[in-house]
Design a protein around this ligand. Structure first.
Ligand SMILES: [Cu+2]
Length: 132
């Protein structure tokens, strides 16, 4: 019985490592893609929000059909990251991502756009969120 357990554990470990190896490498962000968080000077507040991103190509033409993924991490330990995304976009290249600010304080927002052709763009913002 013990040896069976051990064999199972070895199998699990093997499948985990092979899984890690087959994971796709992260593509390098494309400098020709413009990804911008459109926000005014109004402070961010705890609660539900809608983050608007603008996606354009190197000729400043709007890009549709992409996926925009947003990840929010607080700068202190012990927080569950907040993930959200939007797909498709509007004619003028805007993507509205629903996003829940779960706590007031300092956040790092990582935004990644994956285009229909697989190219990606990534940006990082440091923002402060106020407690209402
Ligand atoms: Cu926090």
């Amino acid at each position: 019985m013990k040896s069976l357990l051990r064999a199972l554990l070895v199998l699990c470990a093997l499948s985990l490592s092979s899984c890690r190896q087959s994971a796709q490498p992260t593509p390098t962000p494309d400098p020709d893609i413009q990804l911008e968080w459109l926000r005014d000077d109004a402070p961010l507040h705890v609660g539900m929000d809608a983050l608007v991103f603008l996606l354009k190509n190197g000729r400043a033409e709007p890009i549709r059909g992409a996926v925009i993924e947003v990840r929010g991490d607080m700068t202190h330990a012990g927080m569950v990251p907040v993930n959200s995304k939007a797909e498709g976009g509007t004619e003028d290249g805007r993507y509205v991502v629903p996003f829940q600010w779960t706590m007031g304080g300092d956040w790092i927002v990582t935004v990644r756009a994956t285009l229909p052709d697989g190219r990606i763009a990534q940006r990082r913002y440091e923002v402060q969120v106020r407690t209402p």
